[in-house]
Ligand binder design. Structure first.
Ligand code: ADP
Ligand code: MG
Length: 731
């Protein structure tokens, strides 16, 4: 793809005429290796490098994790248990005592404050020369968490300041950094202080001034300075602002990260709109849609209709569609996808539908045959497809026969080539990597329209960042006639009650899933206490439910075995399906109304939601039991409570983002796609929206970023911007 945006080649710093900045040589002083900084040297430099800190710039961007208010010294008697405080102390005596393990020793200092209150300070490791500094009568400031045992006060591993005139570590709001092994906290702070003094004014301002003014944000050097070492004046507004990362200095850096990210995302979106693709004929699309709709055994929901409208709108454009179809499990995305596929085929195009598992591919295939009849050109391509069938299929694809191929990864394997791939649909897209999706699109000379489907609702902030270059359609409601799912926590002692409920349901004609985290029993310490699918299936079949048929499904079965188990369950020849999370994605058996998730605390929130989505798919009321091995008095993990409270996938997604952060959320889709050092998608949503709106306005009024007011940003793009943009691969 050729970018039409000003992401020019990397130029040397000197080629820029930036007269109001200090004159620069060929190399940017900010690239100076940390090794040459006072107090660093080759050894510490190596330690820094192991944390990705190599240059002076890297140091400036190594932000404090939190802040401690050491602006006041506290008398010991005022301090409560658990409080973090700085106290001025005089040493009385010190001694060392070997610990039981004989390899280390305990170093202890008894000290008192100006009101003759006592405290003991303890260290389990010290460095050479440390102990002699506490000779009786020496004074120092100790900062740490106060512990109390009756009248005895104690601090373990307090930070000590001997030089009472040094105002870097006490008498102010002090930054606390993520600990780097081998670099004492104070040394780190000192090095950062040095780096900031020397380099902060050399930082480029990348953001347009008018935007900083508009939001009341400081310039970059001031922001960096204040984020590390908040000044007296600056914190008058209240130091909570710092602790919460809401100071203007923090917000400036957060805004900048979002601004740059959104620029890359939105300009990529604009670029892809310039690409040439197949443009479908709107009239033909609509005729085929009405024809196929008649064959459906139900009416589309408003959400489905709307999604189809948006998809068709895209299909008629001259550039390839890049759309994400979001809809909770059971919302009916497949029907939408199949309708789009059939309409595309009617225009003479080939369509690929790729699913992450054979079970799902098979299910889509059966569905399409059932609904649209065996006459349509629909083929299945999975691992077990015979070589002869593949050859026939391949020949047809190469000759351009309009058809829908439903399959797994087998679709992107080498020999397969499409002559005229008009639409590429990817189900459960988060299960695929960026590369795999690219591969599917590359199966055709002209870039096909892409429709990505996901049942994992994506929180708004992620939709604007990680997925910001995609258009999004959302199906919010579920097809009519579904009853809500009741979800209960089932503790160990409630087992019998649960079994009775399930027995009654199955006698009434329904079916049940039992989900386990492991396939087989494990000897491993970490898993020993877990019941596995294999042993549970045995027990359920012989002891608990001898009157019903129990099936077993897990990833170690061959695909033929899996398919046959699923088929038996679908036909209700098996009433209880014991399974691992392989049933997680997409499996659709509307008669199943019970789900038991064993060891529910082992699963993440999105995963639990996906699993639960296997029930509540028919007209009968459904029940989900989340079983934990914990006795009732141990607090329930928050995510299990979320599960009991709501079925709304978007609420669950937001809670999941909050509990686990975006990394977990994105899964395999894109590692490292969210390079935020200081911004948080949960905490800083409002700044994300502001930044995105500002970037949109900039791209609308000045698409080539040529206006003088945007000059600082243009300069950024011609340097760093190119490199950074390349990291942010989102499609
Ligand atoms: P998703 O892929 O979004 O999880 P599916 O497409 O598998 O959901 O649909 C779930 C079930 O609902 C299927 O059995 C499907 O046939 C049915 N279904 C889809 N749309 C409707 C509708 N508008 N009315 C009734 N049932 C529907
Ligand atoms: Mg699905």
């Amino acid at each position: 793809m050729k970018s039409t945006h000003p992401k020019a080649e990397l130029t040397t710093a000197s080629s820029k005429s930036n007269t109001n900045k200090p004159k620069k040589g060929l190399t940017d002083p900010l690239d100076t290796s940390v090794q040459y900084l006072k107090g660093v040297g080759p050894k510490l430099a190596q330690v820094f490098a192991s944390r990705g800190i190599e240059s002076a710039r890297d140091l400036l961007y190594f932000f404090p994790r939190k802040y401690e208010d050491r602006s006041k010294l506290s008398p010991l008697k005022d301090l409560a248990e658990g409080q973090t405080a700085s106290v001025k102390l005089t040493a009385h005596q010190h001694f060392s005592r070997p610990l039981k393990n004989r390899f280390s020793k305990l170093f202890e200092v008894k000290a008192y404050d100006s009101e003759n209150q006592w405290i003991s300070l303890k260290w389990f490791r010290t460095f050479k020369g440390f102990e002699t500094k506490f000779n009786p009568g020496s004074t120092f400031i100790a900062t740490g968490i106060l512990k109390r045992f009756g009248s005895v006060r104690e601090m373990v591993h307090p930070e000590i300041q001997f030089d009472l005139d040094d105002d870097l570590h006490v008498g102010r709001i002090v930054p606390v950094y993520t600990e780097i092994d081998g670099i004492p906290t104070k040394t780190l702070r000192k090095i950062l202080d040095t780096a900031i003094t020397l380099y902060v004014d050399l930082l480029h301002e990348d953001l347009p001034n008018f935007l900083l003014k508009k939001h009341g944000l400081p310039k970059l050097p001031l922001a960096i300075q204040e984020v590390h070492f908040p000044s007296e004046n600056y914190i008058k507004a209240g130091n909570d602002l710092f602790t919460d990362f809401r100071s203007p200095a923090h917000q400036r850096l957060i805004y900048e990260e979002f601004f740059k990210f959104e620029y890359h995302v939105l300009s990529r979106k604009i670029d892809s709109e310039k690409e040439r693709g197949y443009s479908f004929d709107p009239a033909t699309l609509n005729t085929s849609l009405s024809r196929h709709l008649q064959k459906l055994p139900f009416h589309l929901t408003a959400g489905q209709t709307n999604a189809l409208k948006e998809i068709f709108q895209d299909l008629t454009q001259p550039h390839p569609m890049n759309r994400l179809l979001q809809g909770d499990v059971g919302a009916g995305k497949t029907a939408v996808a199949l309708l789009a596929a059939l309409s595309a085929m009617d225009q003479g195009y080939q369509v690929a539908l790729m699913a992450p598992t054979e079970i799902l591919a098979e299910q889509h295939f059966q569905n399409s045959l059932r609904v649209f009849g065996a006459t349509t050109a629909v083929r299945l391509l999975v691992g077990k497809t015979s070589a002869a069938d593949r050859r026939t299929l391949q020949a047809q694809l190469e000759s351009g026969t309009p058809m829908l191929v439903i399959g797994t990864h087998a679709l992107i394997e080498d020999p397969i080539q499409f002559q005229k791939l008009g639409l590429a649909i990817i189900d459960e897209q988060h299960r695929f990597g960026v590369e795999q999706r690219k591969k599917l699109r590359a199966k055709s000379v002209v870039q096909p329209h892409s429709l990505l489907m996901t049942a994992t609702p994506i929180p708004r902030t992620l939709a604007l960042t990680a997925y910001g270059d995609l258009s999004v359609s959302i199906i919010r409601e579920r097809p009519p006639g579904r009853t809500p799912i009741r979800t209960y926590l089932a503790h160990v002692n409630e087992q019998a009650k649960m079994v009775e409920i399930i027995r009654n349901e199955i006698h009434a004609g329904r079916q049940a899933y039992f989900i386990f985290p492991l396939v087989n029993d494990s000897e491993d310490e970490a898993f020993k206490h877990l019941t596995s699918a294999v042993s549970a299936a045995e027990k359920l079949a012989t002891e608990v439910f001898p009157e019903f048929k129990v099936g077993l499904l897990h990833g170690q079965l061959s695909s033929a075995e899996k398919a046959s188990v699923m088929e038996n369950f679908r036909k209700n020849e098996v009433q209880i399906l014991v399974s691992t999370t392989v049933v997680e994605v997409g499996v659709d058996v509307p008669n199943a109304t019970i789900m038991v998730i064993e060891h529910a605390e082992r699963f993440g929130l999105s995963q639990l939601h996906q699993l639960r989505g296997r029930i509540g798919r028919g007209q009968h009321a459904s029940t989900c039991f989340l079983k934990t091995n914990r006795p009732a008095f141990i607090p329930t993990p928050e995510r299990l409570e979320v599960m009991c409270e709501t079925e709304d996938g978007f609420k669950i997604a937001e809670a999941d983002l909050e509990l686990r952060g975006p990394g977990e959320f994105l899964g395999t889709r894109q590692s490292g796609a969210l390079p935020f050092k200081i911004a948080s998608l949960v905490r800083d949503q409002d700044w994300l929206l502001k930044a995105r709106a500002d970037v949109e306005a900039m791209l609308a009024t000045d698409p080539l970023i040529q206006n003088p007011e945007h000059k600082p940003f243009k300069d950024y793009l011609s340097h760093q911007g190119k490199r950074e943009g390349d990291h942010l691969k989102t499609s």
